[in-house]
Ligand binder design. Structure first.
Ligand code: GLC
Length: 717
């Protein structure tokens, strides 16, 4: 083991010679050998880490994973998996995020940089034992210290580098469905948004826009004159976001396939031939995204679509998902033939059934292909978790080369820590289950902890049928998520906001309008989290250290001022909440007029009918709100309203920028620093601006502990 000091807070322990994942951006200096902090490490055939947890220890982290924000009690497998039916017993989801924080008697962060499979048994086998088994001998283990949870997460986020920033329009509402089969269908959706006056920024193109599911092609029959089509929608204020899949169809005459074979850019099998697996288009090859030349080649292919005016992409099936391989298929067919005319009993029937059920994403298939990295053959299984990450890195680097100063929307299904520097993620194929609203809520802060700020789930649920009520409640959570996208699968009930009854549509319209009203806050808080290595979504424990706050699993801090308490139970008209301190409850509902009430510290039942979003404003904090518009570009922010719950003093940094370029990196952005001080029955307000903010007038609704509202206006000159 070699020990490196990264800085005063972070130590790296290197075992063997790990595969370079590029997940961290800090190197550190070799120091004298030292003992690994508080952990028992066994280094034999595999690397094992053991830690005895104290009764009260809480374990945070693991990004995209099942169960609670507190991961204790569960067993998790870091192995990017295409599992559309993720019931609570599933151990792996689409991403692999190996960072945890141990919060209790001892207090530190632990990041395991290893691209293969890791099992995190966090008090599952034995309630007090944290047992981590790394399927290999070569890994970097980082120990991250800090005196507060926020410090540990900040130190970790510094280690892994600055988050991706999408264009500002990507914070608008986005409509998707795997069912918009041709240009006419997309146009009908666009027209419905217009007709019903529901704001929207983007419509998604799922696999059907391609010609026979071939990446970087357009089906001209279904989408004739694509460039004009993209332009036409753009003129309506909408962007089209096409999907890109990992697998490249094997088809003579298809340029991407032929070039990839010729240049040796595909993953290979044991004989050195391009590896064959099957996904949507039937048989495909997988680009070898670990090979920089292949990455560059694939990344520049996005130009085919940007030349049509496309400004955003979602990368899919990049775990990579495998429907079947020849090996599995032959086995299953053999099993079927053997079963013909048999009297199938319990054993033979299940053997037959399993032969087909287990065709997809089979472990043996992941072990049977190779990457070629710096002249060495690497078995895919050993670096499995880097595949989606590097596909997305390919896209990000390609887009950067295509238009260096333009922010593109980009997010991926599979991911590994480090990918957050290039793109966001969506949480894959969930279900229209109430349980998945809660899972979505719990996953958001865990993802932020692992670097992923631009995140969101398929609102309304991907598989299964939603009802209007579930979609509305889900929207009430998603309207705070940086990625607010409604997406569903072919064959399920339609779930656009206008797919239900008039009354539900009116409520959904209001929820989406609220999203746009909250943009000044959502965008400012997102960007501040990027700059300061903070969290956009955080568990209560990150701001409140009392015993109860640490255990809250269904409320979230959003940015620096808000706490949200989404409703995730069918037919509920309210819920119980825990307030770690006195807060101001703001009920956002159908009308423009807001209802405020001051709530004391403690447990409360708060009523919230289906058309009401309860939002808590923390003490001595401000919450900027704008007016809604038909899309992000149409928002008029000359007047902003600030709700303030001010007992003694509050400050807020409002941030904005051009929303489309990277000029913010050169310090070109707008800022308004606001400081409010309570003076007996009045308030003194100071504002200072930087840059040239569009805001000209600031309206203040200042509320004190007794619930008295004082309105103030400040003109910004
Ligand atoms: C995968 C994606 C899903 C998409 C579907 C068809 O299941 O996760 O979002 O709609 O493929 O492309």
């Amino acid at each position: 083991m070699k020990v490196y000091k990264i800085n005063d807070h972070i130590m790296k322990y290197r075992f063997g010679s790990p595969f370079e994942t590029h997940s961290v951006v800090m190197q550190g200096e070799l120091t004298d050998k030292g003992k690994i902090h508080r952990l028992q490490v066994q280094w034999e055939e595999t690397l094992k880490i053991n830690y005895k947890m104290d009764k009260e220890d809480i374990i945070w982290g693991l990004g995209e994973s099942q169960r609670g924000m507190n991961k204790r009690g569960g067993i998790y497998e870091a192995y990017c998996s295409d599992d559309p039916r993720h019931t609570p017993d599933k151990k792996s989801l689409y991403g692999a995020h190996n960072f945890i924080i141990i919060d209790g008697l001892e207090f530190f962060g632990l990041y395991i940089d290893f691209p293969g499979k890791i099992i995190f048994d966090i008090g599952f086998t034995h309630k007090d034992l944290l047992q981590i088994e790394i399927e290999g001998k070569d890994a970097d283990i980082y120990i991250i210290k800090g005196t507060k949870l926020y410090e540990i997460s900040r130190n970790f986020l510094e280690l892994i580098g600055e988050s991706y920033v999408p264009p500002k329009w990507a914070f608008g509402y986005q409509q998707s469905r795997w069912d918009y089969l041709d240009a006419r269908a997309v146009e009908e959706i666009a027209e419905a948004f217009e007709k019903h006056e529901i704001p929207c920024d983007a419509i998604y193109l799922d696999i059907d826009y391609m010609e026979n599911f071939k990446d970087f092609t357009i089906d001209e029959k279904k989408f004739p004159q694509f460039k004009q089509f993209v332009k036409k929608l753009r003129e309506k204020g909408l962007r089209l976001i096409p999907i890109i899949d990992a697998g490249v169809k094997i088809e003579a005459g298809y340029g991407v396939y032929e070039e990839g074979v010729e240049k040796g850019y595909f993953c290979i099998d044991a004989e050195g031939k391009p590896f064959v697996a099957a996904v949507w288009p039937g048989r495909v090859h997988f680009p070898d995204f670990l090979n920089p030349a292949a990455r560059k080649w694939f990344g520049l292919k996005y130009k085919v679509l940007t030349d049509y005016g496309i400004e955003g992409f979602w990368n899919d099936m990049n775990e990579p998902a495998i429907f079947y391989t020849e090996r599995g298929l032959q086995q299953a067919i053999h099993q079927a033939k053997r079963s013909e005319n048999e009297n199938l009993d319990i054993y033979s029937f299940f053997a037959l059934k399993d032969a087909f059920i287990n065709l997809s994403n089979h472990p043996q298939d992941y072990q049977s292909f190779y990457h070629q990295v710096e002249g060495k053959r690497i078995n895919h299984h050993q670096v499995h978790n880097l595949y989606g990450y590097n596909m997305t890195k390919a896209a990000a680097e390609g887009l950067q080369a295509i238009d260096p100063d333009k922010r593109f929307l980009l997010f991926s299904r599979a991911s590994y820590i480090g990918m957050h520097r290039y793109a966001g993620i969506w949480t894959g194929d969930n279900h229209s289950w109430w349980e998945h609203i809660l899972l979505n809520l719990k996953m958001m802060p865990s993802l932020n902890l692992c670097g992923f700020l631009y995140v969101g789930a398929d609102t309304g649920g991907f598989s299964g049928d939603t009802n209007a009520q579930m979609l509305i409640r889900w929207m009430q959570l998603s309207l705070f998520a940086p990625l607010f996208r409604n997406h569903s699968a072919m064959g399920t009930r339609k779930q656009e906001p206008f797919a239900f009854d008039e009354e539900s549509m009116a409520i959904m319209r209001r929820m989406i309008q609220l999203r746009y009203e909250f943009i000044p806050y959502i965008y400012a808080e997102y960007m501040k989290a990027v700059f300061h290595k903070g969290l956009y979504f955080a568990p209560l424990a990150f701001a409140y250290e009392d015993k109860l706050s640490k255990r809250v699993e269904d409320q979230l801090l959003v940015g620096e001022s808000l706490m949200i308490t989404p409703i995730y139970q069918e037919n509920a008209v309210g819920r119980t909440v825990w307030l770690p301190e006195e807060m101001l409850l703001c009920l956002f509902g159908p009308g423009e007029k807001l209802q405020y009430s001051v709530k004391f510290q403690g447990h409360h039942y708060i009523g919230a009918d289906l058309d009401v979003v309860p939002v808590f404003l923390r003490k001595n904090k401000l919450f900027p709100i704008g007016s809604y518009g038909k899309n992000i570009e149409a928002l008029d922010h000359t007047v902003l309203r600030f709700i303030g719950f001010v007992e003694d003093q509050a400050s807020y940094h409002y941030y904005d920028d051009d929303g489309i370029t990277y000029r913010y990196k050169e310090g070109i952005y707008d800022e308004i620093a606001i400081f409010v001080e309570k003076k007996s029955d009045d308030y003194a307000i100071h504002v200072k601006k930087k840059g040239s903010p569009k805001v000209k007038k600031l309206l203040f609704d200042l509320i004190d502990r007794r619930g008295r509202i004082l309105e103030k206006t400040i003109l910004l000159v």
